[in-house]
Design a protein around this ligand. Structure first.
Ligand code: GTP
Length: 341
């Protein structure tokens, strides 16, 4: 969306936990060509996992790791970050804010509109939707339809995880909730950056879209946000994790533990690289990466969910890191390897 006065557009990428925001952002960074993108990553949880996951091609990055951006003290906090990115010397063309999966986009839009930086302007909201978790998202988040209606573009991600018929049905449901809003199906967030940074003009307001800015600017009670019911638990271990024990934990993880992400250090000969763990609902994936130069191997995970028994989760995960790697044997990696992509 063009922004008046040659200001740098600030595009919000929102979407519920695990929908694929970081994946989309990495795709944008990898394919933006000559466009210089500044990034603000908003993690939910005390370890900056998302910031770590955004590939090293970022021109300039500011990471917030102290919770949800929509609850940052006031718009001046965000302003300070945008100001750093928008300094003329940085040559940034567009700023992308990856919202925490629990942020309310309305609050973020409001903060951007209230921002006082003369060099930046609100550039639109991209809502990433997880095709495979659609029904669960609607169930857990009754406000989902409202979020869709505030979007300037919807990316229906994880198209590979549902059949063609289901995808067509989802497309219809989203269009019914948010008529006239551009909808793009994607696998692994692979959308053309031009779709997000220079989208077609919105059609004239119809139906539900008319609730836009009056609602948006109405006073907003933070306690009503989705994350009021969610909590996050961050765990870190230097000792290597027993793969079998971790898989047993994953197989029996509590229903409320909706999202896990972070790095696992198994330390087994032949498998000494870090394994990036991602769970979203029932989905579990490991992805083999490399330790950043000079960084000691360790496990750092963020767990997000509702009704979590923090002490129990900590104790169970600590038990996974209690053995000696020599006892594990390389065959011990087999249960993990089934989930490596
Ligand atoms: N099969 C499949 N997996 C995907 C796709 N997009 C993302 N993923 C996987 O889904 C998991 C979550 O993706 P992220 O990009 O971290 O999601 P996110 O929205 O940034 O997550 P939060 O920041 O925790 O809300 C990762 O394991 C991704 O590799 C997709 O299109 N298809």
């Amino acid at each position: 969306m063009p922004v008046a006065g040659g200001r740098i557009p600030v595009v919000l990428v929102a979407g519920y936990l695990g929908s694929g925001k970081t994946t989309l952002l990495n795709h944008l960074l990898a394919t933006a060509g000559g466009t210089r993108i500044g990034v603000v990553v908003n993690d939910f949880g005390s370890i900056g996992i998302d910031a770590m996951n955004v590939a090293g091609q970022v021109d300039s990055m500011v990471s917030l790791s102290n919770g949800c951006l929509c609850c940052a003290v006031d718009a001046s906090g965000l302003d300070a970050m945008l100001e750093r990115l928008a300094e003329p010397g940085a040559g940034i063309d567009v700023i992308v804010v990856e919202c925490s999966g629990l942020a309310d986009p309305r609050e973020l839009i409001r903060m951007l509109l209230a921002g006082e930086n003369p060099r930046t302007g609100y550039g639109g909201l991209v809502e990433v939707v997880d095709a495979a978790e659609f029904d669960g998202t609607v169930r857990r988040h009754p406000e989902f339809a409202t979020h869709l209606r505030f979007a300037d573009a919807v990316v229906l991600n994880k198209a590979d995880r549902v059949g063609a018929g289901e995808l067509a049905a989802l497309r219809e449901r989203i269009t019914a909730e948010a008529p006239g809003i551009p909808l793009l199906e994607a696998e692994r967030g692979q959308v053309d950056p031009a779709f997000l940074f220079d989208r077609p003009e919105r059609p004239a307001d119809t139906g539900p879209r008319q609730l836009s800015f009056t609602d948006l600017l109405a006073e907003h009670d933070c306690a009503e946000h989705a994350h009021a019911a969610y909590r996050s638990v961050a765990v870190e271990f230097d000792d290597p994790v027993d793969p079998g024990a971790l898989m047993a934990f994953l197989d029996s993880r509590p229903a409320g533990l909706y999202r896990m992400k972070g790095t696992v250090h198994f330390g087994i000969p032949g498998y000494r690289q870090p394994y990036l763990l991602q769970t979203v609902g029932n989905y579990v994936r490991f992805h083999r990466t490399q330790w950043p130069a000079g960084e000691a191997p360790r496990t750092a995970l963020v767990l997000i969910g509702t009704e979590l028994d923090e002490a129990d989760l900590r104790a169970r995960l600590a038990a996974c890191a209690a053995g000696s790697p020599a006892e594990h044997g390389d065959y011990a990696m087999l249960p993990v390897l089934r989930y490596v992509s």
